[in-house]
Design a protein around this ligand. Structure first.
Ligand code: IDP
Length: 160
């Protein structure tokens, strides 16, 4: 397994999924993993991590100029997150489709069966993350899995 590669070149693709702190606290992680597996994804790697401020800010650095950035970082460090590398054909788009739109309140209207409808609260506390492109997937998988998580504490590690 090469964690930096999001595709093995044989039609299957990798993406990074995160159950964010609100999803972990509300006990949705196991249910989300069942949905992942029932939807045909393989979970290649997974771990539970308590991010610190610096690493959460680095993960979301593309949003550093946004008004919601500080709040987003505080949200992401408010508790442990479950990070998973998912693999299947078309994994990036299919996982984004399963989680639904960014704003959980919009998801409730437009994507009633999405994961963000199930466990998200609003535009910030939306329960789950999914890489938005092949480039993001490669960066995000490397961020969490190519070495020790920068500035975070690994609470559980389960390499499948
Ligand atoms: P995505 O997670 O659906 O790809 P992005 O636009 O990349 O959405 O935003 C990253 C994260 O920042 C979101 O998942 C959400 O937690 C938070 N966020 C995005 N837009 C807003 C907003 O308008 N207000 C508060 N938080 C937001």
């Amino acid at each position: 397994l090469s964690p930096a590669a999001s595709s093995d070149g044989a039609g299957s693709e990798r993406t990074l999924a995160i159950v964010k702190p609100d999803g972990v606290w509300s006990n949705h992680a196991e249910e989300i993993k069942k949905i992942v597996l029932a939807s045909g994804f393989s979970i290649l790697q997974e771990k539970t991590v308590q991010l610190d401020e610096e690493s959460a800010a680095s993960f979301y650095s593309e949003h550093s100029k946004k008004k919601f950035f500080r709040s987003l970082v505080q949200y992401m460090i408010s508790g442990p997150v479950l990070v998973m590398v998912l693999e299947k054909e078309n994994a990036i788009a299919d996982w984004r489709m399963l989680i639904g739109p960014t704003d959980s309140n919009k998801a409730k209207i437009t994507h009633p069966r999405s994961i963000r409808t199930m466990c998200g609260t609003d535009a910030e506390k939306n329960c789950v993350h999914g890489s938005d492109s092949d480039q993001s997937a490669q960066r995000e998988i490397s961020f969490f899995f190519s070495s020790e998580t920068p500035g975070g504490t690994v609470m559980g590690h389960d390499e499948l």
